[in-house]
Write a protein that binds this ligand. Structure first.
Ligand code: GN1
Ligand code: MG
Length: 360
């Protein structure tokens, strides 16, 4: 850990580092909690940025700075208190840079939000708070000037682009794994046209791009000790996109009765209580800026994001596991089957979802 302490010393932190330990369970970056010696000084988060995935680190950090500045200004204008716990703060290097490159890796430091907690398990109460918090996040960023944010991963939630990658992986069949997954591939390809609806609506001028988070898992939301939401974190993929992406990615991750990679497909189903609670909270804070088309297509978002994740895991499996961190050789395959099972369950509940949203 001494090497990491040396890295932290390049940033303009207050106090001295007492302890440094890995935290979190992200599939992309490596994250460490940095504890300082004195209670007077804040703790920090140190991250190694995966620059194979986020190839333009300068753009990435500039985006995040703009987002956090915008949120902070909104909180101040609204007369909020406790702003340092409700907006993230990037700590620059001593020379004022938003990240450090050591010749091999890119590093960044943020202030650790004091006395905050994250949740992994889900229930209706938490889902409603989470829906409200992500809706508020979108609302806070809804008036960012056009062009202020760029795509940190080009075409990140563009299903047409993901399908193109999937088809290329199928054609190349680099690892000879296609045969084994053919039935799943066929099921997915049969749904391709239907899943492109958002892109089609966008081209027709009927679905706007707004600022979206693009990774709306409950553990990307910090809560205070009393269980109230404080701050949305992991802003790496906050960029122009469709609101139904954020809605859908929460349902995919939060309204699953099983795990994202559940080996037992019987565990995997959409949890309609969580769906209803999340929708209620989300519509409460986002409802007044959504267009009827956006609102109507929220259940489609749940379907599309789950489909997209199935395709992304399966593409990575076909390509030999170069993108996601895996814990065993068929992990991406296991994730693909679990996500596909969730997709089927969402399909079976789509009408029920639409009726519920329409009634809110
Ligand atoms: C990745 O690293 P993590 O868990 O925040 C991925 C998301 C996927 C998710 C699947 C930049 O997020 O898009 O939905 O894994 N992030 C990126 O668990 O690809
Ligand atoms: Mg993430």
């Amino acid at each position: 850990m001494d090497q990491k302490k040396e890295i932290v010393s390049r940033f303009a932190i207050r106090g001295t580092v007492a302890e440094l330990a890995p935290v979190g369970n992200g599939l992309i970056n490596d994250t460490y909690r940095v504890r300082t010696a004195s209670k007077e000084d804040p703790d920090y988060i140190l991250q190694r940025i995966n620059h194979h995935i986020f190839q333009d680190v300068d753009l990435l950090q500039t985006n995040i700075q703009r987002i956090t500045d915008h949120i902070r200004a909104k909180l101040i204008a609204a007369g909020e208190t406790d702003i340092e716990r409700k907006a993230l703060r990037i700590v620059p290097t001593h020379s004022g840079q938003l990240y450090d490159f050591d010749g091999e890796s890119y590093w960044r430091v943020m202030v650790y939000i004091a006395d905050s907690v994250t949740y992994e398990a889900m229930d209706s109460h938490l889902a409603e708070l989470t829906g409200e918090a992500f809706g508020r996040f979108q609302h806070q960023l809804s008036d960012m000037p056009e062009g202020a944010l760029r795509e940190t991963i080009p075409n990140f939630h563009n299903i047409e682009f993901r399908l193109e990658g999937f088809r290329q992986a199928i054609d190349a069949d680099l690892k000879g794994r296609l045969n084994e997954v053919r039935p799943l591939v066929d099921e997915l390809l049969a749904r391709a046209a239907e899943m492109c609806k958002a892109e089609v609506l966008h081209r027709a001028g009927k679905l706007p791009k707004r600022v979206t988070h693009c990774d709306t898992k409950v553990n990307n939301l910090l809560f205070d000790q009393a269980g109230q939401p404080l701050c949305v974190i992991d802003l790496d993929t906050t960029m122009p996109g469709y609101v139904l992406s954020d809605f859908g990615d929460f349902i995919r991750t939060g309204a699953n009765t099983g795990a994202e990679d559940d080996p037992d497909l019987n565990n995997v189903n959409v949890n309609m209580d969580v769906f209803r609670a999340f929708s209620t909270g989300y519509i409460r804070s986002a409802g007044d800026f959504l267009t009827p088309t956006e609102r109507e297509n929220l259940p489609f978002g749940a379907k599309m994001l789950t489909y997209m994740q199935t395709i992304r895991f399966l593409t990575d499996y076909l390509e030999g596991d170069t993108y996601y961190k895996i814990k065993h050789p068929t992990h991406n395959l296991q994730r693909s089957y679990a996500q596909f099972k969730l997709l089927q369950s969402i399909e079976a509940h789509e009408k029920e979802m639409s009726d519920f949203i329409a009634g809110l």
